[in-house]
Design a protein around this ligand. Structure first.
Ligand code: ZN
Length: 208
């Protein structure tokens, strides 16, 4: 079972300059937010299912923030005190559908498109976290929180001015450069040293 039961999963797009560049996007002036539905969550070891509707599904290794207390219109300093811990997130994305659809609910929202876990690590300093993405053991992504365009307390404060963050909510803080396609039979990993390793196999939706 996934350890997380968020009321919502709030995601941040283009929060690393190199990743914005690789997709041909400008660095945003303010955080770019979107949602993944809680129904997309899967646990470590569960399969990411490639939907027939997409011909290009990509991994996005991200640092996940799990909210520990209700945050509404807080300052960055207050937001920092509301962090329960950190977990690994794979913001799996149907890149072709992201480009054709004006809204990203489909591209980001298929069942199995949000592997998260394996634990929620407490007591870590958000300033020193690093996230690594691998496919079949080969490193594809590596990013540090120091490289983020908007740091974690500012992201939480920004979100909390729009919507109340509830305990257990999950915030995915954006992916570093190096995203790429997944194929059936791949194994994709997201690792945050000090937090743990999230590993998921990939299969097509025609397999039973
Ligand atoms: Zn993402």
């Amino acid at each position: 079972m996934s350890p997380l039961r968020p009321s919502k999963i709030v995601c941040v797009g283009r929060n690393y300059a190199e990743h914005a560049k690789e997709l041909g996007n400008a660095v945003p002036e303010r955080p770019l937010l979107f949602f993944k539905p809680p129904s997309s969550l899967i646990a470590p070891g569960e399969a990411i299912v490639l939907p027939a509707a997409s011909s290009r599904v990509e991994h996005e290794a991200e640092i996940g923030v799990v909210i520990g207390r209700r945050l509404r219109r807080v300052t960055p300093v207050e937001a920092e005190l509301g962090i329960a811990g950190f977990t690994c997130v794979n913001d799996v994305t149907a890149r072709d559908l992201q480009k054709t659809d004006g809204q990203w609910a489909r591209a980001k929202g298929f069942d199995t498109f949000c592997p998260a876990g394996p634990t929620v690590a407490e007591g870590l300093d958000w300033r020193t976290l690093e996230v690594i993405g691998r496919v079949n053991g080969e490193e594809r992504q590596r990013g540090r929180t120091a490289e983020m365009i908007f740091d974690i307390p500012h992201l939480l404060a920004y979100i909390s001015a729009i919507m109340t963050l509830e305990p257990g909510d999950l915030v995915a803080t954006g992916t570093p450069a190096g995203v790429g396609p997944l194929a059936p039979g791949d194994v994709v990993e997201v690792e945050i040293p000090g937090v743990g390793l999230l590993s998921n196999p990939v299969r097509s939706d025609t397999e039973s």
